[in-house]
Design a protein around this ligand. Structure first.
Ligand code: NDP
Length: 330
């Protein structure tokens, strides 16, 4: 039973050295518990925060203990009649081939609705992040212009599609020409390769001739600074993530961009998807309905093999994934 523990806390960009493979006994489930076989592991940018000891909205991973995150697993031994052997579940579980959990900490995956891995992406935490951040905070109206950074990732691909459903003009930024083509194929009106575009400000001005009403920010940094130059009066910004700064070792200083929010009377709101926990069932139901109707599509980058989990995680910071990054374990 292989497991991956946090070997040490990274300074700057994490490397394979932070992840240690260990062998553990297959755990024995107690009354009410289940023995689970890991099928799919989700690798997510927020895990970088948990690798560091800094205080945040969620406790750090402990050094020497298994890393945990979103996992889809199959029940292989059941001591709970509600989840019989063969059930597929999703929950927060260790990076481990076999684990035990209480039934009440798991949700059953409705296998008839969508591929099981989608419950780690489009129909799981990232999809819900897009759903609540865009619809609750940005509230795009018909004809408005929405910009989403990190657009070709797990959250971003859903944000753009939801904004189209709401009748907005949608612009995405992403890090390769392949991702730009992917975003166009999803129905984005414009997509910008931020790595090769010499003047991001000019490109945004051309893509958003009427200015920007909503900005869903997944990345922060220079992309966000450029977006802030084009905000319309009363723009709404959902601050979802800042991946461009997760590995930074110093706070960037220099001219501050916040004044641009003042000039445009914009509203900036940070949020954590768990703020909306009581409304998750509503979100999953609505996303599933739009997916079933063909209004939402999902892309996944699936890496094969338990041993590849660290590499798939590290690949998030170099843009290896298009859509949701998943590791298929079994
Ligand atoms: P993604 O699937 O988008 O994967 C990460 C992507 O980030 C990469 O593919 C890469 O794409 C891009 N990226 C990496 N480094 C940089 C950089 N320096 N500058 C710009 N882009 C970069 O991840 P998720 O969709 O799961 O998460 C997206 C964001 O949302 C993250 O910041 C994450 O922390 C945040 N998040 C927040 C939640 C909340 O509750 N607030 C919940 C879930 C996620 P590219 O090739 O385009 O560079």
């Amino acid at each position: 039973n292989k497991t991956i523990v946090l070997a040490s806390r990274p300074t700057g960009t994490p490397t394979a050295a932070q992840f240690q493979f260990e062998k553990r006994e297959v755990p024995t489930p107690e009354p009410g518990q289940l023995l689970l076989k890991t099928l799919y592991v989700s690798v997510d940018p927020y895990m970088r925060g948990r690798m560091s000891a800094a205080k945040s909205y969620i406790a750090p991973f402990a050094v020497g203990e298994p890393i945990t995150g979103g996992v889809v697993a199959e029940v292989v031994e059941s001591h709970n009649p509600q989840l019989p052997v063969g059930s597929v579940v999703v929950g927060n579980l260790p990076w481990q081939q076999y684990s035990v959990a209480d039934a009440k900490t798991l949700n059953r995956v409705p296998a008839d609705k969508a591929p099981a891995s989608y419950f780690l992406g489009l129909l799981g935490m990232p999809g819900l992040t897009a759903y609540f951040g865009l619809l609750d905070i940005c509230q795009p109206k018909v004809g408005e212009t929405v910009v989403v950074s990190g657009a070709a990732g797990a959250v971003g691909m859903v944000v753009g599609q939801l904004a189209k459903i709401k009748g907005a003009r949608v612009i995405g930024t992403a890090g390769s020409d392949e991702k730009v083509a992917y975003l166009k194929s999803l129905g984005f009106d414009e997509a910008i390769n931020y790595k090769t575009t010499p003047n991001l400000g000019k490109a945004l001005a051309a893509a958003a001739p009427h200015g920007i009403d909503c900005y869903f920010d997944n990345v922060g940094g220079a992309i966000t600074d450029a977006v802030y130059d084009h905000l319309n009066k009363h723009a709404r910004i959902a601050l979802c993530g800042q991946i461009s700064m997760y590995n930074a070792t110093e706070v960037p200083t220099g001219p501050r961009p916040e004044g641009k929010l003042l000039k445009s009377s914009s509203r900036l709101q940070g949020f954590i998807v768990s703020d909306y926990l009581p409304r998750w069932p509503e979100g999953v139901a609505q996303l599933t309905e739009w997916y079933t109707e063909g209004l939402l599509k999902s892309e996944e980058t699936i890496t094969e093999g338990f041993d590849q989990i660290p590499a798939a995680f590290l690949g998030l910071f170099t843009g290896e994934n298009t859509g949701k990054a998943i590791v298929k374990v079994a």
